[in-house]
Write a protein that binds this ligand. Structure first.
Ligand code: SF4
Ligand code: SF4
Length: 442
């Protein structure tokens, strides 16, 4: 299979990044790649998907990585696994010798080890310039589940209709499930034995970057976790405060200690983002030309949340305010500026944030428990959102009343647009097609 054939297969198979924003995988592939890195770091605390997939499907995953390395003509493939994922490391070690172009790299147990710019630096020592993509330094980074999906598509034609995710927190049975894309959060909670209390808030995604959701929200190809959290834990309190309240707090108590900048993973790698300068400018209402760059540098924040969930001793919300500001700049059509990188900070090693300390700071240590992998493939209804990833939403190619089977294409990206095909995730009948979704009932 050559690179163009692989790209077509992945686009038709609906393969997107399963561990982050969901960039269509075919669009990442390049014959300029020198290194392919498989990221087995879990995006965030409490998620248990990546390590279990590597342990359970190690042959498929190593086979998929080897396929990717050979097809791209890359020099090597790196399996980047966190140090504490000992079962996954043992699984890789048991068969990696069959693949001379693959090597194992042990990542430290830090947050955010899964930020691809951090992963690339940890694995290769290369720094991706801010505002650029990994291929600029010859790297392609893929998630574990993405590699498994690629392997399944290439070897037996399986399209992406299932999703692996962890359900944890205030549930009776924390679990990692393989479910059809499009099932509701309500059904996930049932599969986790129900909630253990009536007082909770649902988060779709991890505690650092997830969003508050309801039981009616549905699983997409990028859903990695659903967490049931206490209403008074820091991740929920930060999300629930208003921007007005956040700005007032910044005006009142930001001490300009600069800890948020000192621990910012992108600043430590030489990026221009300095959250303490942004907070100073915002809190003091500064608008002179001296602070233009401070505001524009918000483009280089990747919203990891470390500054507000860990670094700030005053409980302020630099990330949320940066997010609002970035959104405003984008809405106004402002483009990210060109910035030179500084050298990597000499103190970076000492300023990495250990994940176990982050989990304690989040008040979630009690929820960091095993969540065993099991199948949850039974579903009587699925709602397939037409926009599941970065790129254009799919255009439905079915109508109400059509009988469809699992794996059948039900939506395609517009001609020439960035995007992948969408497939029915259960056998059934199309109940409804709306502007947003296709609903299928068994
Ligand atoms: S860590 Fe908090 S108090 Fe210190 S500069 Fe940053 S926002 Fe201000
Ligand atoms: S969220 Fe905060 S710590 Fe993370 S990249 Fe942005 S400024 Fe840096």
């Amino acid at each position: 299979m050559n690179i163009n054939e692989l790209k077509s297969a992945l686009q038709e198979g609906g393969v997107v990044g399963a561990g982050g924003a969901g960039f269509p995988t075919y669009a990442k592939l390049s014959d300029q790649a020198e290194t392919v890195i498989m990221n087995c770091a879990e995006c965030e605390p409490l998620m248990k998907v990546d390590r279990q997939l590597v342990t359970e499907y190690v042959k498929e995953i190593l086979g998929g990585m080897n396929m990717l390395v050979e097809t791209l003509g890359a020099g090597e493939g790196i399996l980047a696994v966190k140090k504490s994922y000992t079962a996954a490391i043992d699984a890789v070690n048991s068969c990696i010798s069959e693949y001379p172009r693959l090597r194992l790299h042990i990542l430290p147990d830090i947050y955010p080890a899964g930020d691809e710019v951090v992963t690339i630096y940890e694995c290769t020592g290369k720094v991706v310039p801010q505002g650029k993509i990994p291929i600029t330094v010859g790297c392609v980074v893929v998630n574990v589940e993405t590699v498994l999906n690629l392997y399944r598509k290439v070897t037996d034609g399986t399209n992406v209709i299932h999703k692996f995710l962890t359900v944890a927190g205030l549930v009776n049975r924390p679990v990692t499930l393989e479910v059809p894309v499009g099932v509701t959060v309500r059904s996930l909670l049932e599969m986790a034995g129900g909630t253990s209390t009536d007082e909770y808030v649902l988060l779709m995604g991890g505690p650092m970057t997830g969003r508050i959701c309801t039981e009616s929200d549905v699983v997409t190809k990028t859903t990695k976790a659903v967490l049931v959290l206490p209403p008074d834990c820091p991740p929920i309190l930060h999300r629930r405060s208003s921007t007005r309240h956040d700005i007032r707090n910044a005006m009142s108590v930001c001490s300009q200690c600069s800890m948020c900048t000192s621990l910012c993973p992108r600043n430590l790698l030489g990026g221009a983002i300095k959250p303490h300068e942004f907070m100073r400018a915002l809190a003091n209402g500064l608008t002179s030309s001296d602070v233009t760059n401070t505001y524009l540098n918000s483009f280089f924040c990747v919203s990891c949340g470390l500054c507000e969930m860990y670094s700030c001793h005053q409980g302020l919300s630099p990330r949320k305010l940066l997010d609002e500001y970035k959104a405003g700049l984008r809405a106004a059509g402002v483009q990210p500026p060109e910035r030179e990188m500084k050298p990597v900070d000499l103190h970076r090693e000492d300023r990495k944030v250990p994940e176990h300390r982050l989990v304690q700071r989040l008040g979630l240590a009690g929820f960091d428990v095993p969540a065993p992998l099991q199948s949850g493939k039974d579903a009587s209804e699925v709602t397939l959102l037409l926009r599941q990833s970065i790129g254009a939403p799919c255009v439905p190619c079915v109508k109400a009343g059509d009988v469809v089977s699992a794996g059948q294409i039900v939506g395609r990206p517009p001609e020439g647009a960035l995007g992948v095909c969408l497939h029915g995730s259960i056998d059934g009948t199309v109940a409804e097609v709306t502007d947003q979704a296709i609903i299928i009932r068994r």
